[in-house]
Unconditional design. Structure first.
Length: 324
């Protein structure tokens, strides 16, 4: 299996995630958290790393970082090794602290900085670790809303500038952006990742592909580069299914008669290819529930196992949609 691509260039932004080996805790005490933050501070000084958002959980961490010197691999390796050495020495243990390679998603900051920072900051709430995000000491969120002074190495200006010209007003607006809504409805931006490592607009994806991906640079890994095509939208999928089944698009979107095979295929492929949440797809397909989308998907998946002709049809339609 090919290793994930690591594209590095000056000024690149990344969402970095790393987990404990076998899901084990990597932060067992307040001092552990403090030590990791010290590693981040030193990395900022030593490697010119710009840290825009962070969140330390029990068995993993999230970082949203910028690399002016195109040195992500070198920087994250240093952070992980430095922290793992401390962690093992403190506990008089040996072995891996982190699980395999860290995950690094190359990010179009202009398009996703706001949404990604919110998703990262909401982690303690999703994990039922806190009821009040502002009281979670091991993320950058308290600094962004003015609860604590930001450390010198945390870059808050750019993100806050997207929420207002005056700093105090920007902090209030950012807090509303993160907290004043049902956090269950906040979409995970990683659902829009293409090629397993790239999050951005179509223009950004095409720019990265044209500028940094070539046969000469990546050899066998070019197969992964071929995956860098934006995911088809639900509208594109419905259009493709309507052509394949010679039916009107309205017949696929609107709730109506039962045993509508074309509609079932459209729902199945939309869930499989679009990256949209079940809730959004439910609204798109005539206002059915997210659970209804899952039920129809599972039903067709079961039929595909035993119906060779249907499997061939769905495969053909899927291929045509992807290659369009």
């Amino acid at each position: 299996m090919a290793r994930s691509l690591r594209i590095e260039y000056p000024g690149a932004f990344y969402h970095v995630i790393n987990r404990g080996n076998a899901g084990d805790a990597i932060f067992e005490s307040g001092r552990d958290h403090e030590r990791f933050l010290e590693c981040l501070e030193t990395a900022g000084e030593r490697f010119d790393l710009c840290i825009h958002t962070y969140c330390l959980m029990t068995n993993h961490y999230h970082l949203l970082v910028e690399t002016p010197r195109a040195n992500l691999s070198q920087t994250v390796k240093w952070i992980n090794v430095s922290y793992a050495t401390y962690f093992n020495r403190k506990r008089r243990r040996q072995g891996h602290v982190f699980q395999g390679r860290y995950k690094a998603i190359l990010v179009d900051a202009d398009a996703y900085l706001k949404q990604l920072s919110r998703y990262i900051h909401l982690n303690p709430l999703r994990a039922n670790m806190v009821e009040n995000l502002g009281g979670y000491s091991w993320s950058s969120y308290p600094a962004f809303i003015g609860k604590v002074p930001p450390p010198e190495w945390l870059k808050t200006d750019w993100l806050l500038s997207l929420f207002g010209k005056q700093r105090k007003a920007a902090m209030r607006n950012y807090r509303r952006f993160v907290e004043i809504q049902d956090w269950n409805t906040v979409e995970n931006p990683s659902g829009n990742v293409v090629g397993g490592f790239l999050l951005g607009s179509d223009d950004f994806v095409n720019w990265v592909k044209t500028t940094y991906l070539s046969q000469s640079k990546f050899g066998k890994e070019i197969a992964q580069a071929a995956m860098l095509k934006p995911k088809p939208s639900a509208e594109q999928i419905v259009e493709g299914v309507s052509k394949a089944f010679s039916c009107r698009k309205e017949e696929l979107i609107q709730k109506g008669r039962k045993k509508n095979a074309a509609r079932d295929v459209a729902i199945y492929l939309a869930r499989d290819l679009s990256g949209e949440s079940n809730v959004r797809l439910g609204k798109f397909f005539g206002g059915i529930s997210g659970a209804g989308i899952t039920m129809r998907y599972n039903l067709l998946a079961h039929q595909l196992e035993s119906n060779r002709r249907l499997r061939q049809t769905v495969g053909r339609v899927k291929k045509e949609i992807i290659n369009n």
